[in-house]
Design a protein around this ligand. Structure first.
Ligand code: FES
Length: 150
């Protein structure tokens, strides 16, 4: 039996509702800030313990994160975590965004199933690395030209 795209979407949504909060389902199915930033001020690519990866790009102006985007090859809850953390980081001073941790993401998503809580850790670690990358190059921007490109 063939399942249409709409039917598949409905099945996925009702399956997700069995284990995930409304907010998680919303961010998982309608992820915000997906994609890359061509000329980023900060970037990180992290592989989590499960083997899934996340990339985060930051656009920073005057110490404020103006834009944050992500891409992941992880599961649906990783997509929700990437969507939420980029929303949380936008508009914040880099120093404040550096404090966003796994628990903050879990709280903002109204929790994740226990077996998926590490997805929020992957998102938090990737953001921290992207901010560290920003700090590394913020003083000597020209050095980025000599960094291996992503
Ligand atoms: Fe690996 Fe979500 S299952 S990050």
């Amino acid at each position: 039996m063939r399942v249409s795209r709409e039917e598949y979407q409905q099945i996925l949504e009702s399956e997700l509702h069995k284990t995930c909060s409304e907010k998680t389902v919303d961010h998982a199915l309608k992820p915000r800030n997906m994609g890359s930033i061509e000329v980023a001020s900060g970037y990180a690519y992290i592989t989590g313990p499960c083997g899934d990866t996340m990339e985060i790009w930051l656009s920073v102006d005057n110490q404020i994160i103006e834009q944050a985007t992500f891409i992941t090859d992880g599961c649906i809850t990783t997509i929700a975590a990437g969507s939420m953390i980029t929303e949380m980081a936008k508009g914040k001073p880099v120093e404040e965004a550096m404090q966003i941790g796994q628990q903050d993401i879990l709280k903002a998503l109204d929790g994740l199933p226990e077996e998926s809580e590490h997805c929020a850790l992957l998102a938090a670690n990737t953001l921290k690395e992207a901010i560290l990358d920003y700090y590394e190059y913020s003083r000597d921007k020209w050095k980025r030209n000599y960094k291996k490109q992503w």
